[in-house]
Design a protein around this ligand. Structure first.
Ligand code: APR
Length: 225
């Protein structure tokens, strides 16, 4: 059975990393057009670096939870593709293999002049030179609004051969990830949502509860003990 898992901020919410659109979500405290768009970065790169430096510091203090550990075990099963919208490294630190970070990663830096990528330092600043071309054109390797998510061809190919699509802890409001459930349905896959509260997307089945409880329970059904 081929399984595609898409995760969102709800997967890491219990680790204290915060969601985006819940009542106390990040986008209620920071205007997303200023901190998560290329235009916002052009207008005030220091503000954008500060925002992601704070996210990176939060991430470093956090530890993977039971849901990350369960998905890490699942990642080693043949036929499983883990796709995440999350930019944290908690799945990797739990031991997950081959995670597709469609919205980029806080641990990576990107040069917008030459396209080089490298390990992000703890704190980034507008004057940081690119290690490849030396220009002060470094940015977090994060996909902002208005940019194209990473590895879409690979994700769509995995969805086209999926028997089961599972969406975990995402509100399903940001495209293209929000459209994955429809692509999976068109491919004939069963669709399952695991979320604190149903997102309203077109899933065959929704199970409600915190990721730390419902994700390990679902993974235990899939993996032989
Ligand atoms: N367990 C499971 N789900 C949870 C939990 C929890 N403990 N806590 C919150 N949730 C659910 C919420 O019910 C909501 O459906 O997580 C979801 C979080 O939704 P969003 O804040 O919209 O986050 P996400 O869907 O990941 O956002 C997508 O938007 O701005 C961006 O690029 C950013 O990748 C992000 C994208």
């Amino acid at each position: 059975m081929n399984i595609v898992v898409l995760s969102g901020a709800g997967l890491s919410a219990e680790q204290g990393l915060g969601t985006f659109r819940d009542a106390d979500g990040l986008w209620t405290r920071y205007p997303l057009e200023r901190v998560a768009t290329p235009e916002g970065f052009a207008a005030d790169p220091a503000l954008v670096h500060d925002f992601y430096n704070a996210r990176r510091a939060n991430m470093r203090e956090a530890v993977p939870g039971a849901a990350h550990e369960a998905l890490a075990r699942l990642s080693r099963r043949p036929g499983v593709t883990l796709v995440t919208q999350n930019v944290d490294d908690l799945l990797e630190r739990a031991g997950a293999e081959g995670v597709i970070h469609m919205h980029g990663e806080l641990t990576r830096a990107l040069c917008h002049a030459c396209g080089a990528r490298w390990q992000a330092p703890e704190a980034m600043a507008p004057g940081d030179p690119c290690p490849a071309c030396a220009r002060a054109a470094t940015r977090p390797d994060i996909v902002w609004f208005g940019e194209i998510p990473y590895r879409m061809e690979e994700i769509e190919a995995a969805l086209a051969r999926a028997d089961l699509f599972v969406s975990i802890g995402t509100s399903g409001t940001v495209y293209p990830a929000a459209g994955f459930v429809e692509l999976a349905r068109m491919a004939g896959a069963e669709t399952l949502e695991l979320n604190l509260e149903a997102s309203g997307g077109r899933f065959d089945v929704t199970r409600e509860g915190p990721a730390s409880r419902i994700v390990p329970a679902w993974v235990a059904e899939i993996l032989p003990q």
